[in-house]
Design a protein around this ligand. Sequence first.
Ligand code: GDP
Length: 195
Amino acid sequence: MKISNAELIISAAKKFQFPEGPFPEVALSGRSNVGKSSFINTLLTRKGLARTSQQPGKTQTLNFYFINRRFHFVDVPGYGYAKVSKSERAAWGRVMETYISTREQLKGVVLLIDARHKPTEDDLKMYDWLKYHDLSVLIVATKADKIPKGKWDKHVKIIKEDLQVEEEDTVILFSSETSYGKDRAWKEINALLYS
Ligand code: GDP
């Protein structure tokens, strides 16, 4: 995919801020530090577009990137930080629930999982929640360069078994260090956006 244009158009904290218009979108989700910003920057060939390592306790927003003036990437805050208050977390949970359950432009979700480790409880909860809302999910196992190639199949198998990945969903390996998996990731994201 040739990226001629990529810009952050809004960091939305509330539903009324979500961009209108007919453009399809995919959301990107994963626990903090999984490599989500690196994944976005590698796919878009833009070094500092998505900010790496979001600070704990910062205002949580859905960051809408408009790509080639045709579709959106929606960067969802990394989960796994416990540093926000209970009430803030509950309020943010309601914004996310609204987004996931009512956003018509949302065609699927990229769920990033660290390829080196077993999925966490939060990863399992996130996948189940997305499937409860009938969303298609592309699972991207990040940091593949940190595992020997001979073990790749085993790690993918563990992810599939632990998450009980459904038949229609795909798991791919990815590395932002080497760009391994970039073409495949675009192919799968296109399938989410336009099928
Ligand atoms: P985010 O919090 O999910 O946005 O994660 P970042 O993209 O900021 O990455 C977290 C850390 O993991 C950073 O130190 C990255 O350099 C590193 N990282 C991200 N992707 C990869 C990868 O594919 N391979 C390796 N070796 N390190 C990675």
